[in-house]
Structures are given as structure tokens and as C-alpha cells.
Design a binder for this molecule. Sequence first.
Ligand SMILES: Nc1ncnc2c1ncn2[C@@H]1O[C@H](COP(=O)(O)OP(=O)(O)OP(=O)(O)O)[C@@H](O)[C@H]1O
Ligand SMILES: [Mg+2]
Length: 393
Amino acid sequence: MTILFEPDRRWSGHLAPQLGPGVLTTSRLEDVERLLADQHAEPLVLFGPGTDAGLALEFAARQRVARPAVGVLLLRERLDVETMGHALRAGVRDVVDARDIVAVRTACARAMEVSRHLLGAAPTVGGQPTAPARVVTVFSAKGGVGKSTLATNLAVSLAEGGKRKVCLVDLDLAFGDVGIMLQLAPERGIADAVAAGDRVDATLVRALLTTYAPGVEVLLAPVGPSDAERIGRDLVAKVLAAVRTFADYVVVDTPAAFTDPVLAAFDVSDVHVLVATPDVPVLKNLRVAMDTLDLLGLRGENRLVVLNRGDARVGLTAADVERVLKTPITAQVPSSRDVPVSINRGVPIVVDKPNHPVSAAIRDLALGRIARQTTPRARGLRDRLGRPGGGKS
Ligand SMILES: Nc1ncnc2c1ncn2[C@@H]1O[C@H](COP(=O)(O)OP(=O)(O)OP(=O)(O)O)[C@@H](O)[C@H]1O
Ligand SMILES: [Mg+2]
């Protein structure tokens, strides 16, 4: 749980959306005390630049004794050595330039990691042990069939406006499109994990994510193909293991090939979303890919075949597709020119046109088939909230 204490509305309005989903903003210290009274995983209080430094330091000094797991950060418009010294001595974990949002996010991730260790090694939510995220890999054996379109829209649908934490990982390392499809600036991404080598952990990976919307964080592909070569199976395995500790769902977009990073994703995937279009070469290659996954023992818990653009009149029906693939189709996404229009606008169609038949099909797949089983993480939260289980079944 992250609380932003900031009396100046301009600062809270600027900072809160950039700190990710679920940040609570207040200008009353009583609210902070009340919120901290419940046991939370990774409790973190940020004192914004509009806060009196003395008040923040006094609060940090009190928490250091009363609740040592609570992380306190001080954000300032200008950093000076004297304030930093006083703050760190009082128990503030870091003093950060409020205008440098990357530094703020990195400090938050570091402080939360410390809190997690102080509360016990295993990640918890509300005192409940959490399960690792479900990993959903979107794959096809041919390019251009709609993998990235599906992956981005599935990620947004699964997050349901911030109800779940979804991390979208672009493993099309040479030619990743997720950044451009979501209009995200490629300031950081998986390539920055290369230098960390063995030190890749949740703190580092969190700092490399780019927020798209509440509940949707993205780990972007490198900007150029040359960086891609430095990212191997081991690194991807470590990155995915780290992401799984703090997300509810990890959606992986892939290139149309069994590259080492793709195999690392399949190794840990619970759900394989295999994308087909009604084209003979696509179907032939997808059947070969399914046989290869079988041979490698990579069956996942669920293999879902999605027929994209199955309504295009090209001489192959859905029944033909099922016959060639020897597998039933789980979902059909219609063909529509609104899909490229939404991509060119940089807004996923499920956001741009939520009632569109393409959006409805993708949302049904996400919430009806992928999010169907309740994860222990979600169960823990629901139990605490005293609500009945959600999701269709
Ligand atoms: N249901 C659809 N209706 C119409 N156009 C679609 C549909 N799905 C995808 N497209 C279009 O097909 C093109 C390829 O889609 P996308 O980039 O998602 O495929 P991909 O499998 O990720 O390709 P690559 O292998 O090159 O990464 C895009 O121009 C997209 O607009
Ligand atoms: Mg793609």
C-alpha cells in the first residue's frame, strides 16, 4: 500500500497518476495513521514536496520505533545535503527529486523491497501468502496474424481498470510493437536488465516498467534489434520470475519464432494463447508449432486457440481450421477495419471502442477463459473485502 501525503493539490494531481494504480492521496496525517493501522504488505508513505520537512521527519522517527516496516520517502523540489542528512538520520529511507519520476519510482520499489524483507521474505497481500502471477503467452508461428493486437488488448481487459495488476512483457525483442501500439515512450525496458546480470530481482524489474493505465504496466522491448541479441533465455527467465512476484497476470507478446526468450516464456506459462488466421500457411505452421510444444513437454495448463479474422471470406471456415489444427477453437475475433484504425491511433480497441464486437470477443476471452480460475492472490483480497468471488465460470 502506497500513501502520498501532499497538501498541495497541484503536486498530488501530478504525482499520484504516475505512481501507478492504488496510490492513496491525503493531506491529513490522521488518515495516514489510520491507513497504517491495518497490516499491509509493503507499507510506504511518500511525503510530497509541498510537505513541511519537519513534519515528515518527525513522522519517520516515530514510525522507526512503532512500525519499522513502514517505508518513508521524502520528495523535494530541490535536494540539499543538509535536509538529506537530517532525513536519513530520522529514518527516512530516501530523499528524492520530485520532478524526476523515474528516480521516485525506483526509490519506491527499493523501499517496498525493504519493507517486504522486514515483514518476512515471502510476498504477501494483507498478510496472506500470494501465488505467483499467471503467465499468458500469446504466440503464433507466422507474423502479422494479430499477436500484438491480442496481447495488448488482453492485458488491458485483464486489468479491468485497475482491479488486477497486469504486466505486459514484449518479447518481440527485435521488432516489438507494444510500445508504439500503446504510445509509450521507450525510456526504459528489458534491455536495461542486461547490465544487472545475476542481480535481476523484483526491485530492478519494477523500476524498468512503464505504466500504461491503472493496473497495466509494460516491460518494453529494446528500441533497436542489436540490443535484442544480448537478451537470452536465462535473463528472460529471471525477469519473468521477478515479475510474477508482484503481478496478478503476466501477458507475454512474442515474435513468430521459437527464440530462446520465447522458450523461456513457455517454460513458465500457464496459458498458451495460440493465434490463427484462416490461411493455409498460418494453420500449417501453427500445427507444427503445437507438435513442437508437445515434444518439448510444454503443454501449459491451458492451450487456447484463437481464430482472428475468421469471418474474412477466404474459403476456410472455422470447422476447417479446427480440422487442420486438430484442436477446438476457444474464441473467434472478427475482422474489422476498426482494429488498424485503433492501432494507428495508439489506443487499444477495448479502450477506444469497448462495445465493438472485437472488444467484446477479446474481453470474453480475458475474463471468461483466462481469468476464470480464481488465483490465491485474488482470493486473499476478496476474503478480506468480504465479497463473493467474481469472474464467469
Ligand atoms: N481482427 C482484426 N481485424 C482487422 N485487422 C486486424 C485484426 N487483428 C489484427 N489486425 C491487423 O493485422 C496487422 C497485424 O497485427 P499485429 O501487429 O497484432 O500482428 P502480429 O502477429 O503481432 O505481427 P508480428 O508477427 O509482425 O509481430 C495489424 O495491422 C492489425 O491492425
Ligand atoms: Mg507483433
